[in-house]
Ligand binder design. Sequence first.
Ligand code: ASP
Ligand code: MG
Length: 411
Amino acid sequence: MSLIVQKFGGTSVGSVERIEAVADKIAGYRDQGHSVVAVVSAMSGETNRLIGLAHDIQDHPTPREMDVLVSTGEQVTTALLSMALNKRGYTAKSYNGSQVRILTDDTHTKARIKSIDGDRIRKDIEAGTVVVVAGFQGVDEAGNITTLGRGGSDTTAVALAAALKADECQIYTDVDGVYTTDPRVVENAQRLDTITFEEMLEMASLGSKVLQIRSVEFAGKYQVPLRVLSSFVDGPGTLITLESDTNMEAPVISGIAFQRDEAKISIMGIPDRPGVASQVLGPISDANIEVDVIVQNVAADNTNDLTFTVHRNDLQDAAAILNQVAEKLGAREIVTDDQICKVSLVGVGMRSHAGIASKMFAALAELSINIQLITTSEIKISVVVDEKYMELAVRGLHSAFGLDGEPESVE
Ligand code: ASP
Ligand code: MG
């Protein structure tokens, strides 16, 4: 008998039929004796519809009113799902975020959860009631409705699972798990049985399509076992855990992530003395531009070249800032390139295996793909390459590291 928090995303509750199917799934768990707390998103398309209505009235509605508006989508689903459960003879009760007292800070539209009062829910659970909670929303100290940012229902579910010390937090979505890479790029991509929180965070560029990344951080911090699975097809999904796969044969590399929306910017011939990197990157961060890869090289003439990557949308702003810096520092020139992408190998197995980087570089050399930048962490090796080789690089690495499986048969 365990306590399971189950989160159903927008497509999983996208119609009355889908809500009925979710009720059947929950009923199945109840019949096995498990306690279930369900967290639901708004029906698919609903949040966007509400945002559209707001913008029909005002270009920049106050964040407070936006939260009152968009939080209604989830409330609709909670009531419908509870009705579907009641119809099946199960007691169920719907609650919105403020009733459960999901207390957040007052940052409207991207609030952070501070605490959850699990007591009321616990009483319901003990009485055998399925508790259905509206995802994505909370309440601040002053009683204002807040929301947690797009995709925030995942975070609601994980936070509830942590507060209730649930045995597992299951995220039901329209994909059946986390894959070795994007199956749209590599058709032989395989579903992973397990992945660690660390790896999942490093795979963010892929994983964020499946899970709100904040929920993964949260689950890692509170050690909530998190499972991603499909509400459309039965299967074990992917379990995200603290421990890596104990199977000795487990692959060293778990997956290949990539990002196409990056741009590279280099400032050449800056003085080689203390403080220069800070003079270059300080104004960039002051402008709230996120910097990803940073590489610096010393030239023979006592000058440095510094290269970094930013989101492609930020390239113009970053270049404008650098032009001013360049003048002050007497830099030789600034070079930008928005036709790049980043490809990363991710795996905790790297910690205990040598030679992964050289194998990666050899595989890319074989494909005549030129590597522009290299950066590594304990569990990740990333390269920046020309964008036009992205798919080739991902496919080549996927097979070089033995991740290709048999193509899944279509049911
Ligand atoms: N309904 C919200 C959204 O569309 C929250 C969620 O689905 O997690 O972003
Ligand atoms: Mg979602």
